[in-house]
Write a protein that binds this ligand. Structure first.
Ligand code: GCU
Length: 595
């Protein structure tokens, strides 16, 4: 009985914590009146997290006054980190650092009493506490989603001081948990802005084509800061749309606009200027309109079957061995995908920075986006579902107007169990309630191997629109039969994306094509040739994302010669150089495009 009461108390505390600190997003930050806070931030490295308590209280940023005063910490302009940016790639002593770092930034502000102000973070890994002028304004959990805090009442005329505590220690009740196959980059890894809005403002909006309807634009506009109905307008000049509506007492206006936009597609990534106005606020967006659906084993883009020529991409610049965070970074990554012949990218294993999503809209690259529910997750812990749904909320709230995204993915390689199926099914329902226009998938890796037969029988597929399988035949698993004789079956009449396959090779290392321990380009090339011989025969295959575009860093990759802390499954090396396997995929995608 006591355990049950304790459990309920824990759950209540967690809910209260989430309610106090999880913030509804102010969407489209870059479309607003913003001041960048990017640049050099002073730091204090605090491995024992000593500064969070009452003893050192680094967030108070105290300066000695009397003769007996002293503090065993001090921010100093000579000890800094660049924001945005992970700390691991900025200082050699931080390469493997897992702990707390305190950041400080001051900025001048000219107050305008009729305006509202928000501190907006594109992302920081993993746990964050934010202080303004030495007063806590909020916390955030999760390394890859945006968060912000209203600071209207706390910002002051003249100099303001932001202090941020970031801790990237791994914990079993976090998402991801203790073990994952990428570098645990810590820090304020994405842009930081101060946003200004009018007293009542456009907080959020959803403007997309109605599901399966190419001439009806639907959605909603959400205002904040007002409890009386307000007039709003939506202009789409190229469609000669000038739509007026009025919000209800909750500040929401449902929209339904009859229009026949040119449909967005990889071949023609048409984006429309959309201007949303109230009497005191105005936001400019660029939105593409397309439909996405499944029909049996087909994926339909704008009503036509499509095959997804994809690739997996981590949010990392290999040459810099650090997190990607800028427009220049994403230009390079998506430029590489385009050169490979892709019309599709799986953003692994977490939501990427917003520049990546917006550039994919512009370049016509379809996207799969996911939260980092990766392998060993504590599904039996009741707070995991809340944390997962919060991450889904933050991912979908930020990116729901980006037409490039066609798939929301729930998890990666989680083992079938009662608790896992219950949590993932609940998450699927949560996603559908948030966004009924897109498809849901989840990368599974437990399929049934019986000689040359592979059967997809994971019951999770019942709640998915598109099945996705990660398999490493020819690398982790020896071929049970000739690749061309492998037969894939499914218990579900749904499309399949082969969401991971491949093998490792050190660029420039040449050797036999039939010995894995050669780590040769020739062996990796043969893995791809064999994989394609099998994939071509899967009747319900509608897409593939080889693992992975470029070599990436991972602490678990320990071979002293061939890996040195890098996962070498890239088609490109850690310098962006093409391995032999790159040409196998490139030539196949070219063949598919010629059909
Ligand atoms: C898994 C996992 C990846 C990992 C890959 C590998 O399928 O999803 O995150 O990097 O295998 O072992 O290289």
């Amino acid at each position: 009985m006591i355990r049950k009461i304790l459990f309920l108390v824990l759950l209540a505390v967690f809910f209260i914590r989430i309610q106090i600190f999880s913030q509804q997003l102010l969407s489209n930050i870059e479309g607003r009146n913003i001041t960048s806070l990017n640049g050099k931030w002073e730091i204090i490295i605090d491995p024992f997290n000593a500064g969070a308590g009452n003893w050192k209280s680094i967030w108070k940023d105290q300066q000695p006054t009397g003769k007996n005063d002293f503090y065993e910490y001090k921010f100093d302009k000579t000890i800094t980190l660049n924001v945005p940016g992970d700390w691991n790639s900025q200082k050699p002593e931080l390469l493997y650092y897992e702990g707390t770092i305190w950041y400080k930034k001051t900025f001048e502000h000219k107050k305008n009493g009729t305006k509202k102000y928000f501190l907006c973070f594109g992302g920081a890994n993993y746990n964050v506490d934010v202080y303004l002028n030495n007063e806590k304004i909020g916390s955030h959990e999760g390394g890859f989603t945006a968060f912000q805090f209203e600071v209207t009442e706390k910002i002051k005329e003249g100099e303001n001081s932001i202090i941020v505590r970031v801790n990237n220690q791994r914990r079993e009740d976090q998402i991801p948990a203790l073990n994952f196959d990428w570098w645990n980059y810590g820090g304020i890894t994405r842009d930081v802005y101060l946003a200004e809005t009018s007293s009542y403002y456009i907080k959020d909006y959803f403007i997309q084509l109605k599901k399966d309807n190419t001439s009806q634009i639907e959605g909603w506009i959400q205002l904040a800061g007002t409890s009386s109905p307000k007039k709003i307008s939506i202009k789409i000049p190229e469609l000669k749309t000038n739509y007026d509506a009025e919000t209800d007492a909750d500040g929401k206006a449902i929209i339904s606009i009859h229009a026949k936009p040119i449909l967005w597609s990889p071949e023609n990534p048409k984006l429309y200027d959309v201007i949303i106005n109230t009497e005191t606020d105005s936001i400019h967006e660029q939105i593409g309109f397309r439909t996405i659906a499944v029909n049996g084993a087909d994926i339909l883009l704008n009503g036509k079957p499509i095959f997804l020529r994809g690739i997996n991409i981590h949010e990392e610049i290999p040459q810099r061995a650090g997190r990607s965070y800028s427009e220049a970074d994403v230009q390079m990554l998506l430029g590489w995908a385009k050169e490979l012949g892709c019309n599709f990218v799986r953003l692994t294993h977490y939501p990427h920075n917003e520049h990546m999503i917006r550039l994919a809209d512009k370049m016509g690259i379809l996207l799969w986006e996911e939260i980092p529910l990766w392998q060993g997750i504590q599904f039996s812990n009741p707070i995991i579902l809340n944390k997962a749904n919060t991450l889904l909320d933050e991912m979908i709230e930020r990116d729901k107007n980006r037409c490039a995204i066609i798939l929301w993915s729930l998890s990666n390689e989680t083992s079938s169990s009662e608790s896992r199926n219950r949590v993932l099914s609940a998450m699927a329902a949560h996603v559908r309630a948030l966004d009924p226009t897109r498809l849901i998938t989840s990368a599974i890796n437990h399929v049934k191997y019986e000689k040359n037969q592979v059967t997809i029988d994971d019951s999770l597929c019942n709640v998915l629109d598109v099945m996705a399988v990660n398999q490493y035949l020819g690398w982790y698993i020896a071929w049970p039969a000739k690749p061309e004789n492998m037969e894939w079956k499914s218990l579900f009449n749904k499309p399949l994306i082969m969401s991971e396959f491949g093998g490792e090779a050190l660029y420039g290392n040449h050797g036999s094509s039939d010995t894995a321990s050669s780590w040769s380009e020739e062996f990796q090339e043969q893995v791809y040739k064999d994989q394609l011989a099998m994939l071509k025969k899967i009747s319900f295959l509608r897409g593939m994302t080889p693992w992975i575009l470029a070599d990436f860093r991972s602490p678990g990759r320990l071979h002293p010669i061939y890996q040195q802390g890098w996962n070498r499954k890239g088609l490109l090396s850690d310098k962006g150089l093409k391995k032999k396997a790159w040409f196998v995929v490139h030539d196949y995608y070219k063949e598919l495009q010629s059909k």
